[in-house]
Design a protein around this ligand. Sequence first.
Ligand code: A2P
Length: 294
Amino acid sequence: MTFPVPLPASLQVVAANGARIPVMGLGTWQSTHDEGVRAVRAALDAGYRHIDTAARYENEQAVGQALAACGVPRDEVFVTTKVWHTELRAPDFRRAAEASVARLGLDHVDLLLVHWPNPDVPLDETIGALCDAQRRGLTRFIGVSNFPVALLDRAVALSSLPLVANQCEYHPYLDQTKLLAACSRHGMALISHSPLGSGKLLADPVIAEIARQHDKKPAQIILRWLIQQTGVAVIPKSSNPVRIGENIAIFDFELDAASMARISALARADGRVSKPAWHPEWDVPETSLRAAKP
Ligand code: A2P
Protein backbone atom coordinates (compact mmCIF):
# COMPACT_ATOMS: atom_id res chain seq x y z
CA MET A 1 0.00 0.00 0.00
CA THR A 2 1.32 3.51 -0.76
CA PHE A 3 0.22 6.78 0.77
CA PRO A 4 0.27 10.34 -0.65
CA VAL A 5 2.79 11.09 2.10
CA PRO A 6 4.42 7.76 2.97
CA LEU A 7 4.10 6.69 6.61
CA PRO A 8 7.47 6.63 8.35
CA ALA A 9 9.04 3.19 8.01
CA SER A 10 8.98 2.76 11.79
CA LEU A 11 5.17 2.94 11.78
CA GLN A 12 4.68 0.18 9.22
CA VAL A 13 3.88 -2.94 11.23
CA VAL A 14 2.60 -6.47 10.84
CA ALA A 15 -0.11 -7.15 13.43
CA ALA A 16 0.22 -10.72 14.70
CA ASN A 17 -1.68 -12.20 17.66
CA GLY A 18 -1.43 -8.96 19.65
CA ALA A 19 2.13 -8.04 18.62
CA ARG A 20 2.89 -5.11 16.30
CA ILE A 21 6.08 -6.10 14.53
CA PRO A 22 7.79 -3.38 12.48
CA VAL A 23 7.92 -4.74 8.92
CA MET A 24 11.49 -3.58 8.44
CA GLY A 25 14.14 -4.90 10.80
CA LEU A 26 17.91 -5.14 10.77
CA GLY A 27 19.43 -8.61 10.52
CA THR A 28 22.70 -8.83 12.45
CA TRP A 29 24.11 -12.29 11.70
CA GLN A 30 27.86 -11.84 11.15
CA SER A 31 27.79 -8.24 12.45
CA THR A 32 29.86 -8.55 15.61
CA HIS A 33 31.91 -6.34 17.93
CA ASP A 34 32.34 -2.73 16.76
CA GLU A 35 30.92 -3.54 13.34
CA GLY A 36 27.73 -4.77 15.03
CA VAL A 37 27.49 -1.65 17.21
CA ARG A 38 27.94 0.60 14.15
CA ALA A 39 25.38 -1.32 12.09
CA VAL A 40 22.72 -1.10 14.79
CA ARG A 41 23.44 2.60 15.37
CA ALA A 42 23.23 3.29 11.63
CA ALA A 43 19.95 1.40 11.43
CA LEU A 44 18.37 3.25 14.36
CA ASP A 45 19.56 6.57 12.90
CA ALA A 46 17.99 5.59 9.55
CA GLY A 47 14.62 4.92 11.21
CA TYR A 48 14.71 1.16 11.88
CA ARG A 49 12.79 0.23 15.01
CA HIS A 50 13.29 -3.55 14.85
CA ILE A 51 16.61 -5.27 15.52
CA ASP A 52 17.11 -9.01 15.16
CA THR A 53 19.84 -10.86 17.04
CA ALA A 54 20.44 -14.33 18.54
CA ALA A 55 22.64 -15.90 21.18
CA ARG A 56 24.36 -17.77 18.36
CA TYR A 57 25.38 -14.54 16.56
CA GLU A 58 27.63 -13.62 19.50
CA ASN A 59 26.67 -9.97 19.14
CA GLU A 60 24.00 -9.44 21.80
CA GLN A 61 26.39 -7.28 23.81
CA ALA A 62 27.15 -5.14 20.75
CA VAL A 63 23.43 -4.79 19.99
CA GLY A 64 22.76 -3.81 23.62
CA GLN A 65 25.58 -1.27 23.55
CA ALA A 66 24.13 0.39 20.44
CA LEU A 67 20.61 0.41 21.93
CA ALA A 68 21.87 1.99 25.15
CA ALA A 69 23.76 4.73 23.30
CA CYS A 70 21.24 5.58 20.56
CA GLY A 71 18.86 7.84 22.48
CA VAL A 72 15.77 6.08 21.09
CA PRO A 73 13.36 5.20 23.93
CA ARG A 74 13.49 1.49 24.71
CA ASP A 75 9.77 1.01 24.14
CA GLU A 76 10.08 2.29 20.57
CA VAL A 77 12.44 -0.50 19.48
CA PHE A 78 11.33 -4.08 18.83
CA VAL A 79 14.19 -6.37 19.86
CA THR A 80 14.24 -10.07 18.95
CA THR A 81 16.62 -12.74 20.16
CA LYS A 82 16.70 -16.52 19.83
CA VAL A 83 17.61 -19.59 21.87
CA TRP A 84 19.97 -22.00 20.10
CA HIS A 85 18.80 -25.54 19.32
CA THR A 86 21.19 -27.18 21.80
CA GLU A 87 19.49 -25.30 24.66
CA LEU A 88 15.93 -26.53 24.27
CA ARG A 89 15.56 -28.64 27.45
CA ALA A 90 13.56 -26.56 29.95
CA PRO A 91 16.39 -25.69 32.41
CA ASP A 92 18.81 -24.93 29.55
CA PHE A 93 16.22 -22.80 27.79
CA ARG A 94 15.55 -20.80 30.91
CA ARG A 95 19.26 -20.16 31.49
CA ALA A 96 19.85 -19.28 27.83
CA ALA A 97 16.96 -16.80 27.68
CA GLU A 98 18.07 -15.11 30.90
CA ALA A 99 21.66 -14.90 29.64
CA SER A 100 20.55 -13.34 26.31
CA VAL A 101 18.49 -10.66 28.02
CA ALA A 102 21.39 -9.92 30.38
CA ARG A 103 23.93 -9.69 27.53
CA LEU A 104 21.60 -7.24 25.76
CA GLY A 105 21.54 -5.14 28.96
CA LEU A 106 17.73 -5.16 28.90
CA ASP A 107 15.13 -6.37 31.35
CA HIS A 108 13.14 -8.02 28.57
CA VAL A 109 13.16 -8.51 24.81
CA ASP A 110 10.13 -8.00 22.58
CA LEU A 111 10.27 -11.36 20.84
CA LEU A 112 11.96 -14.57 21.93
CA LEU A 113 12.26 -17.34 19.33
CA VAL A 114 13.26 -20.98 19.29
CA HIS A 115 16.10 -20.61 16.75
CA TRP A 116 15.80 -24.07 15.16
CA PRO A 117 13.73 -27.14 16.07
CA ASN A 118 15.57 -30.05 17.69
CA PRO A 119 14.09 -33.55 17.21
CA ASP A 120 16.04 -34.86 20.22
CA VAL A 121 14.11 -32.66 22.66
CA PRO A 122 10.35 -33.13 23.17
CA LEU A 123 8.64 -30.14 21.58
CA ASP A 124 6.18 -29.79 24.46
CA GLU A 125 9.08 -29.26 26.87
CA THR A 126 10.58 -26.51 24.68
CA ILE A 127 7.29 -24.77 24.03
CA GLY A 128 6.50 -24.95 27.75
CA ALA A 129 9.83 -23.26 28.50
CA LEU A 130 9.14 -20.63 25.84
CA CYS A 131 5.75 -19.82 27.40
CA ASP A 132 7.38 -19.76 30.83
CA ALA A 133 9.86 -17.12 29.58
CA GLN A 134 6.97 -14.90 28.52
CA ARG A 135 5.07 -15.43 31.77
CA ARG A 136 8.19 -14.49 33.73
CA GLY A 137 8.49 -11.23 31.79
CA LEU A 138 11.69 -12.05 29.92
CA THR A 139 9.91 -11.30 26.66
CA ARG A 140 6.72 -9.56 25.52
CA PHE A 141 6.02 -12.10 22.77
CA ILE A 142 7.16 -15.54 21.70
CA GLY A 143 7.60 -17.46 18.46
CA VAL A 144 9.69 -19.93 16.51
CA SER A 145 12.18 -19.90 13.67
CA ASN A 146 12.88 -22.34 10.85
CA PHE A 147 9.75 -24.38 11.61
CA PRO A 148 8.12 -26.04 8.57
CA VAL A 149 4.31 -26.31 8.47
CA ALA A 150 3.78 -29.60 10.34
CA LEU A 151 6.11 -28.58 13.17
CA LEU A 152 4.57 -25.12 13.32
CA ASP A 153 1.11 -26.66 13.66
CA ARG A 154 2.36 -28.86 16.50
CA ALA A 155 4.06 -25.93 18.25
CA VAL A 156 0.87 -23.84 18.06
CA ALA A 157 -1.21 -26.75 19.41
CA LEU A 158 1.20 -27.24 22.33
CA SER A 159 1.50 -23.58 23.25
CA SER A 160 -0.63 -22.11 26.03
CA LEU A 161 0.20 -18.58 24.80
CA PRO A 162 -0.08 -17.26 21.24
CA LEU A 163 2.96 -17.62 19.01
CA VAL A 164 3.34 -14.42 17.01
CA ALA A 165 5.98 -15.24 14.39
CA ASN A 166 7.85 -17.91 12.48
CA GLN A 167 11.15 -16.52 11.22
CA CYS A 168 12.18 -18.43 8.09
CA GLU A 169 14.20 -18.05 4.94
CA TYR A 170 12.00 -16.36 2.35
CA HIS A 171 12.89 -14.55 -0.86
CA PRO A 172 11.93 -14.74 -4.55
CA TYR A 173 14.00 -17.88 -5.26
CA LEU A 174 12.27 -19.83 -2.46
CA ASP A 175 8.55 -20.49 -2.69
CA GLN A 176 7.00 -20.37 0.79
CA THR A 177 3.31 -20.49 -0.20
CA LYS A 178 2.51 -23.30 2.24
CA LEU A 179 4.28 -21.66 5.15
CA LEU A 180 2.62 -18.29 4.45
CA ALA A 181 -0.78 -19.99 4.50
CA ALA A 182 0.05 -21.74 7.78
CA CYS A 183 1.26 -18.51 9.42
CA SER A 184 -1.87 -16.73 8.24
CA ARG A 185 -4.08 -19.54 9.58
CA HIS A 186 -2.44 -19.12 12.99
CA GLY A 187 -2.53 -15.29 12.92
CA MET A 188 1.27 -15.24 12.88
CA ALA A 189 3.79 -13.12 10.99
CA LEU A 190 6.34 -14.70 8.68
CA ILE A 191 9.59 -12.84 9.32
CA SER A 192 11.81 -13.32 6.29
CA HIS A 193 15.43 -14.03 7.13
CA SER A 194 17.99 -13.99 4.29
CA PRO A 195 15.50 -11.86 2.28
CA LEU A 196 18.19 -11.10 -0.30
CA GLY A 197 19.12 -14.78 -0.53
CA SER A 198 22.30 -13.76 1.35
CA GLY A 199 23.08 -11.55 -1.66
CA LYS A 200 22.50 -14.23 -4.33
CA LEU A 201 19.41 -12.50 -5.73
CA LEU A 202 21.03 -9.14 -6.29
CA ALA A 203 22.38 -10.02 -9.75
CA ASP A 204 19.16 -11.53 -11.05
CA PRO A 205 18.32 -10.01 -14.47
CA VAL A 206 14.55 -9.83 -13.87
CA ILE A 207 15.08 -8.04 -10.56
CA ALA A 208 17.59 -5.72 -12.27
CA GLU A 209 15.11 -4.85 -15.02
CA ILE A 210 12.30 -4.08 -12.54
CA ALA A 211 14.75 -2.03 -10.49
CA ARG A 212 15.62 0.07 -13.58
CA GLN A 213 11.92 0.63 -14.32
CA HIS A 214 11.35 1.98 -10.80
CA ASP A 215 14.68 3.79 -10.49
CA LYS A 216 15.39 1.65 -7.42
CA LYS A 217 18.15 -0.75 -6.36
CA PRO A 218 17.69 -4.53 -6.78
CA ALA A 219 17.68 -4.99 -2.99
CA GLN A 220 14.84 -2.48 -2.69
CA ILE A 221 12.77 -4.35 -5.27
CA ILE A 222 13.23 -7.67 -3.47
CA LEU A 223 12.39 -6.20 -0.07
CA ARG A 224 9.37 -4.37 -1.48
CA TRP A 225 8.13 -7.64 -3.06
CA LEU A 226 8.32 -9.26 0.36
CA ILE A 227 6.65 -6.55 2.44
CA GLN A 228 3.85 -6.12 -0.09
CA GLN A 229 2.69 -9.60 0.95
CA THR A 230 0.25 -9.85 3.82
CA GLY A 231 1.83 -10.82 7.14
CA VAL A 232 5.46 -10.61 5.98
CA ALA A 233 8.23 -8.66 7.74
CA VAL A 234 11.88 -8.59 6.64
CA ILE A 235 15.25 -8.44 8.38
CA PRO A 236 17.91 -7.80 5.70
CA LYS A 237 21.44 -7.99 7.09
CA SER A 238 23.87 -5.24 6.27
CA SER A 239 26.77 -3.70 8.11
CA ASN A 240 27.14 -0.93 5.56
CA PRO A 241 25.38 2.34 6.55
CA VAL A 242 24.58 3.25 2.93
CA ARG A 243 22.99 -0.14 2.24
CA ILE A 244 21.22 -0.07 5.62
CA GLY A 245 19.65 3.24 4.54
CA GLU A 246 18.83 1.89 1.07
CA ASN A 247 17.04 -1.15 2.48
CA ILE A 248 14.55 0.89 4.48
CA ALA A 249 13.81 3.34 1.63
CA ILE A 250 11.06 1.15 0.19
CA PHE A 251 7.92 2.86 1.43
CA ASP A 252 7.60 5.46 -1.34
CA PHE A 253 6.80 3.15 -4.24
CA GLU A 254 4.69 0.12 -5.07
CA LEU A 255 5.11 -2.92 -7.30
CA ASP A 256 2.15 -3.58 -9.57
CA ALA A 257 0.54 -7.01 -9.84
CA ALA A 258 2.48 -7.86 -13.02
CA SER A 259 5.85 -7.11 -11.38
CA MET A 260 4.84 -9.03 -8.25
CA ALA A 261 3.95 -12.04 -10.42
CA ARG A 262 7.19 -11.84 -12.45
CA ILE A 263 9.23 -11.86 -9.24
CA SER A 264 7.17 -14.71 -7.77
CA ALA A 265 7.90 -16.72 -10.93
CA LEU A 266 11.63 -16.67 -10.07
CA ALA A 267 11.08 -19.41 -7.44
CA ARG A 268 13.25 -22.46 -8.15
CA ALA A 269 13.64 -25.91 -6.66
CA ASP A 270 17.23 -25.25 -5.49
CA GLY A 271 16.50 -21.74 -4.23
CA ARG A 272 17.22 -22.33 -0.55
CA VAL A 273 20.50 -20.82 0.68
CA SER A 274 20.44 -21.77 4.37
CA LYS A 275 21.20 -25.50 4.64
CA PRO A 276 22.80 -26.31 8.02
CA ALA A 277 23.27 -29.97 8.97
CA TRP A 278 20.56 -29.73 11.65
CA HIS A 279 17.80 -28.47 9.35
CA PRO A 280 14.33 -30.07 9.65
CA GLU A 281 12.59 -31.73 6.72
CA TRP A 282 11.46 -28.71 4.71
CA ASP A 283 8.07 -28.25 3.09
CA VAL A 284 8.01 -29.19 -0.57
CA PRO A 285 7.72 -25.88 -2.47
CA GLU A 286 4.52 -25.23 -4.33
CA THR A 287 4.27 -22.49 -6.89
CA SER A 288 1.02 -20.60 -6.70
CA LEU A 289 -0.15 -17.03 -6.56
CA ARG A 290 0.56 -15.21 -3.34
CA ALA A 291 -1.96 -12.95 -1.72
CA ALA A 292 -0.92 -9.35 -2.30
CA LYS A 293 -1.96 -6.61 0.05
CA PRO A 294 -4.89 -4.57 -1.28
P1 A2P B 1 26.79 -5.94 3.57
O1 A2P B 1 26.63 -6.31 5.01
O2 A2P B 1 28.21 -5.72 3.18
O3 A2P B 1 25.87 -4.82 3.13
P2 A2P B 1 20.60 -11.41 3.54
O4 A2P B 1 19.96 -10.42 4.47
O5 A2P B 1 19.68 -11.96 2.51
O6 A2P B 1 21.31 -12.52 4.29
O7 A2P B 1 21.72 -10.65 2.70
C1 A2P B 1 22.85 -10.11 3.34
C2 A2P B 1 23.93 -9.87 2.33
O8 A2P B 1 23.51 -8.90 1.36
C3 A2P B 1 25.18 -9.32 2.97
O9 A2P B 1 26.28 -9.85 2.27
C4 A2P B 1 25.06 -7.81 2.76
O10 A2P B 1 26.35 -7.24 2.69
C5 A2P B 1 24.34 -7.74 1.44
N1 A2P B 1 23.46 -6.58 1.31
C6 A2P B 1 22.57 -6.13 2.21
N2 A2P B 1 21.88 -5.07 1.74
C7 A2P B 1 22.37 -4.83 0.50
C8 A2P B 1 22.07 -3.88 -0.51
N3 A2P B 1 21.15 -2.94 -0.33
N4 A2P B 1 22.78 -3.95 -1.68
C9 A2P B 1 23.72 -4.90 -1.87
N5 A2P B 1 24.05 -5.83 -0.95
C10 A2P B 1 23.38 -5.80 0.22
